[in-house]
Design a protein around this ligand. Structure first.
Ligand code: PMP
Length: 437
């Protein structure tokens, strides 16, 4: 009897358990690098989150929401977004996009921008559809397209180093118009745009966005526009919203994040804004999976936006203050990296900065024919041996193109001055050891 039982149990265990859609997306670089940083780093400029506090008005809003005044904030709210939050988001985006919005049909609140992206791909991409992704890209786009049964088609931003010996800027990374056009076909369902771009910090110009828009309209292609860094642009640059260009509103889903907007990434409140013809399908995915995110966090974020709407364009606005502070941090890190010869690419936006590690290569020996790109081995070596965490640029490329960009690492500069100073000290000491050895 026992023998028979164990035999039948064994037989059952031999059946494949993994759904086919998970094939090829099992690995996640964040899980790997977050663990490495937690284990080894003294200074963590890796994953993108601030180490300074969220603004007082936001944490005070959360405290108010927690108070006894409205105990119903501890209960379920509307599936597609807590009413005060969708209302204020609609008001804000009416201003930003220059069109009337219905809070109930044109806005959906999600668990971070991440879930808004997931809803987009699940709702809009079918088996056999192609989705164009501009490299380097936030890595989850590729996995999410694949999980939906689609095929990612990659097109790179190509670097054009300035001739005058000046530092490179993220603006020097550009799409080749003919190459971009060649990626659009009958099978193209959507393009993912991320401006300001993680990891380069590139802020797409009106001309570049116009080109993408023209191709979308010509080929009847949707645009998933990830704008989580919409408020983080520097040097007086302007963030242009592709949904505001001619012919684009009806085919664009705008994705945003309260985590990035209000320096509270752990709250995981995000949104999708777009026409009802697209959002109705995102709602179907959302209602059948997550349903909604914490009411209390949505309420506090709504209060944060109400404040910002009142102060819109004024110097006290967080949307004005935060980029001002971050620009100083960027400039400081640019100088200190340039000083040690880790040449920075000056970002026009986001809180990331990509730097060239060529001059530090001699310390981390190359392993010929390794499957792992050099920058990845470099970043792992750096966190283990120097205690400084950063993210290799190759992780933001497709498998086929990973080995074209292996001399760069990405730093996050949304950090306290002391953190940035500690990072700079590590690099300076390292540089001195190199020159004296
Ligand atoms: N898009 C981009 C480009 C990001 O960098 C991130 C976070 N690193 C997200 C989306 C996810 O945002 P959230 O934390 O709101 O889910």
């Amino acid at each position: 009897q026992t023998h028979f039982l164990s035999h039948s149990l064994q037989a059952k265990m031999s059946r494949p358990v993994q759904a086919r859609r998970l094939k090829g997306v099992e690995k996640n670089i964040w899980v790997e690098f977050v663990k490495l940083a937690a284990t080894y780093s003294k200074v963590n400029l890796g994953q993108g989150f601030p180490d300074f506090p969220a603004p007082d008005f936001l944490t005070e809003a959360l405290t108010r929401a927690l108070g006894r005044e409205n105990h119903m904030l501890h209960q379920y709210t509307r599936a597609f977004g807590h009413p005060p939050l969708v209302k204020v988001l609609a008001q804000l985006f009416e201003k930003l996009l220059g069109r009337e919005l219905d809070p109930m049909t044109n806005v959906m609140v999600t668990v971070g921008a991440y879930q808004a992206l997931f809803c987009c791909f699940q709702a809009l991409v079918d088996e056999g559809d192609e989705v164009i992704i501009i490299e380097p890209f936030f890595d989850c786009y590729e996995s999410m397209v694949k999980m939906a049964g689609g095929t990612p088609v990659f097109v790179p931003l190509r670097p054009n180093p300035p001739k005058d010996g000046k530092l490179m800027s993220s603006a020097d990374w550009q799409l080749d118009p003919a190459e971009l056009a060649s990626k659009f076909s009958e099978r193209t369902k959507a393009i993912v745009l991320n401006s300001p771009n993680n990891p380069l910090g590139k802020v797409f110009s009106r001309g570049e966005l116009g080109l993408i828009a023209e191709l979308c309209v010509k080929h009847d292609v949707l645009c998933i526009s990830d704008e989580v860094y919409e408020w983080l642009v520097y040097d007086g640059k302007q963030h242009i919203r592709i949904a505001s260009l001619q012919g684009m509103w009806d085919r664009t889903v705008v994705v945003g994040s309260a985590g990035k907007t209000f320096s509270a990434t752990g709250w995981k409140v995000g949104w999708a804004v777009g026409p009802d013809r697209l959002l109705q399908h995102l709602r179907t995915v959302h209602q059948n999976s997550v349903y909604h995110c914490a009411t209390i966090a949505q309420d506090a974020v709504a209060q944060g936006f109400q404040r910002e709407l009142m102060l819109y364009g004024k110097p006290e606005s967080y949307f004005v203050q935060l980029p001002k502070e971050l620009q100083q941090k960027r400039d400081w890190l640019v100088q200190s990296l340039d000083g040690v010869g880790m040449k920075p690419i000056i970002p026009e936006g986001t809180y990331f900065l990509v730097a060239d590690i060529s001059q530090f290569k001699s310390d981390v020996p190359d392993v010929p024919n390794s499957d792992e790109p050099y920058d990845s081995r470099f970043a792992k070596w750096m966190v283990k041996n120097k205690g400084l965490a950063a993210i290799p640029l190759s992780t933001f490329y497709s498998e086929a193109h990973k080995n074209n960009y292996t001399n760069f690492i990405r730093f996050c500069f949304a950090k306290e001055e002391a953190t940035l100073k500690a990072a700079s000290d590590i690099l300076q000491k390292w540089k001195q050891e190199k020159t004296s050895s």
